[in-house]
Design a protein around this ligand. Sequence first.
Ligand SMILES: [Zn+2]
Length: 73
Amino acid sequence: MTQAERVARQEILRTVIARLEAYLGELQAEQKKALDGCEHSYADGRSAATGSATKVCAICGLVVKGRDDKLWG
Ligand SMILES: [Zn+2]
């Protein structure tokens, strides 16, 4: 690869990467909006909290508090 080719390739890649990053940002914003108000449960109503000492929601990824009311399943 010549330096000219390298420079040309870098310019193309930089443009594509910037476009994808903008798209990724839009998707992440959309995802955040969709997960806003997550009930930390699966569609069938089962709790989506997973982990032992620290419970994390498998859907939205947030730390789930208030395990006390689920002590006996
Ligand atoms: Zn959640």
